[in-house]
Design a binder for this molecule. Structure first.
Ligand code: SF4
Length: 83
């Protein structure tokens, strides 16, 4: 299981600071940051700690089992960013 960021993301990167394993990208200091519309969780690196959930102020982050029906496509979108 991994956590998933959806298009509610406003790229404030509060989750990046909360994540203990640096699996949320692109960070603000990465060259690709300006070109993306949202941030993504690397499903291979996420340890499912949940620390990012309270950090997110835009209701963009969900545990895999809690991703809303109309946001399911972002499960694949998060994985695809790291493919
Ligand atoms: Fe990072 Fe934990 Fe959130 Fe996974 S659940 S993205 S490891 S803060």
């Amino acid at each position: 299981m991994a956590f998933v960021i959806t298009d509610n993301c406003i790229k404030d990167a509060l989750c990046v600071d909360a994540c203990p394993v640096d699996c949320i990208h692109p960070r603000m200091d990465e060259a690709s940051f300006e070109g993306v519309t949202q941030m993504y969780v690397d499903p291979a690196e996420c340890i499912d700690c949940g620390a990012c959930i309270p950090a997110c102020t835009s209701d963009a982050l969900f545990a895999l089992d809690d991703v809303p029906a109309d946001k399911q496509q972002f499960i694949a979108a998060n994985a695809a960013y790291f493919a």
